[in-house]
Design a binder for this molecule. Structure first.
Ligand SMILES: [Zn+2]
Length: 246
C-alpha cells in the first residue's frame, strides 16, 4: 500500500477489481464454451480414435470406462451395468480416473453412468460430475448425484431426453488451473481497460479538454484544469472538492 502514499502512482483500485471480476467470469465462460464445443463435436468416430480403457475392477460383471481429451478438455464416462438388483460393495477407483471421481459405488439398479468433464484454457480450470441411474422403471434415467454443475433453466440440453449425460456448466474449481487462468484473463482485462482509459484521455486532450474531468480547457492545457486541479502545481489541492469557507 506504500504506492498509495504517492499521488502520482496511485493504484487504480476500481480497474483492478473490475479486471479480477472479468478474469473469473472469463474463466467460466471460456471453460463452458470449450466443454460445450467438445460435447457437440464428439462423434462415435472420435471415440474410437481416442484412448479408452476397460477395467475389470470397475464392476463385477460388466463395466467400462472411457476417457477422451479434445483441445485440453477431458471427459470421463464410466458405465456399469448389472443384472443383479442388489447392493454391491464399494469398488476401488481405477487408477486412470481422476481423484475427484471418487469410488464407484454402490449399485442397486440396472445401469449406472458416471460422467465428468474438466475444462478450461490454457489450463483445466473447472470440473463437474454427474451420477445417473438407468432403471427399468418408467420415467427414464434419474439423476442420483451431481457435483459442481449448473443447469440453467434456459439451457438447450434441459429438454433433451438424455440431457443428464451432458456435463452442464461445470463450476467446481481445479487448482492451480483456476487461479492461473483467472490471473491471465484478469491481466488481459486490465491491459484492455488501461488502453481504453488512455485512448479516452488522448481523445479528450485532442479536443482541448481536461483528460481527468473532461472540463473544456479550450486547448489551454499548459495552464492546467481549474475544475479538478489537473496539471496544476501541487500546492493547490488536487481533486479536493470545493469546501465552503475555504
Ligand atoms: Zn479537470
Amino acid at each position: 500500500m506504500s504506492a498509495m502514499t504517492n499521488p502520482g502512482r496511485r493504484i487504480p483500485v476500481a480497474r483492478v477489481v473490475i479486471s479480477l471480476f472479468c478474469g473469473v467470469l472469463g474463466v467460466l465462460v471460456v471453460s463452458w464454451g470449450l466443454a460445450e464445443w467438445v460435447y457437440r463435436s464428439v462423434t462415435p468416430s472420435h471415440l474410437s480414435e481416442l484412448k479408452s480403457f476397460s477395467d475389470a475392477r470397475l464392476a463385477n460383471d460388466d463395466g467400462s470406462a472411457t476417457t477422451f481429451e479434445i483441445a485440453g478438455v477431458r471427459v470421463f464416462v464410466v458405465m456399469s451395468s448389472r443384472s443383479k438388483m442388489q447392493p454391491a460393495p464399494a469398488e476401488p477407483r481405477p487408477d486412470f480416473l481422476p481423484k475427484w471421481f471418487g469410488s464407484v459405488r454402490p449399485i442397486v439398479h440396472d445401469h449406472l453412468l458416471l460422467s465428468g468433464v474438466e475444462s478450461g484454457w490454457p489450463m483445466r480450470a473447472v470440473r463437474s460430475r454427474t451420477r445417473l441411474e438407468y432403471t427399468s422403471t418408467p420415467g427414464g434415467p434419474q439423476v442420483l448425484k451431481t457435483h459442481g454443475r449448473w443447469d440453467p433453466p434456459w439451457a438447450p440440453w434441459g429438454t433433451m431426453r438424455l440431457s443428464m449425460e451432458h456435463p452442464g456448466l461445470p463450476w467446481l474449481p481445479i487448482f492451480p488451473g483456476f487461479l492461473v487462468n483467472s490471473v491471465l484473463y484478469a491481466a488481459a482485462a486490465y491491459l484492455l481497460l488501461t488502453l481504453a482509459v488512455q485512448f479516452h484521455r488522448w481523445t479528450l486532450l485532442r479536443r482541448g479538454r481536461c483528460p481527468r474531468c473532461a472540463y473544456d480547457l479550450r486547448h489551454d492545457l499548459a495552464a492546467g484544469c481549474p475544475e479538478c486541479g489537473w496539471n496544476r502545481p501541487s500546492s493547490e489541492p488536487e481533486r479536493a472538492p470545493k469546501e465552503p469557507g475555504a
